[in-house]
Design a protein around this ligand. Structure first.
Ligand code: ADP
Length: 160
């Protein structure tokens, strides 16, 4: 069985993340979504809230998905969880630069864990959780970027 880990902040999960997860499931039998706790990043949602949102957003394929919280390096967690590959999403060249560095660093740490990159549907190629949160701060509509239930949770959190 081919198992991959898809790590990220998922703060919150967007249609871009969902698109990557679905593409990865066409190649891998199981996907472990790793909600990374990164103390250097200020998040809108707790790790537990993010887990619940990921599970709900990916409900149609949840039988092939596990969602876990981790405060380890993603590549180390990938090995410990018995997976062989790390999934990452690519939007634009700017992502490439960062991912290039990260992949080579990860190889130094765990040389047998390889990274696999998927490109999102073009309509999500500009989308990030950060953009969603910025739009939300200005009380904008989030319908094109996140599922309705997440838009509702964000609006409740920010009282609008
Ligand atoms: P991180 O803090 O690791 O960047 P994110 O949750 O922002 O966490 O992203 C996790 C992964 O998902 C990264 O590989 C990122 O490039 C990818 N990703 C996020 N949004 C999109 C999108 N709209 N299209 C494709 N990949 C995406």
């Amino acid at each position: 069985m081919k198992v991959a880990v898809y790590p990220g902040s998922f703060d919150p999960i967007t249609y871009g993340h969902m698109d990557i997860a679905k593409r990865a499931l066409k190649v891998f039998d199981r996907l472990i979504i790793l909600i990374s706790i990164n103390p250097s990043k200020k998040t809108m949602f707790t790790p537990e809230e993010r887990v619940e949102m990921v599970k709900e957003a990916l409900k149609p394929c949840i039988d092939k998905i596990e969602v876990v919280i981790s405060n380890e390096l993603s590549v180390k967690a990938t090995k410990q969880l018995g997976a062989t590959h790390l999934i990452r999403g690519l939007r634009a060249m700017t992502d490439f630069e960062y991912e290039f560095q990260l992949t080579h660093t990860n190889r130094v740490i765990e040389k047998e864990i390889d990274s696999v990159f998927f490109m999102t549907d073009n309509k999500y190629s500009f989308l990030s959780s950060t953009t969603v949160k910025e739009i939300a701060l200005f009380k904008g509509e989030l319908g094109p970027f996140v599922p309705d239930f997440i838009e509702k949770i964000i609006k409740e959190k920010l009282n609008y």
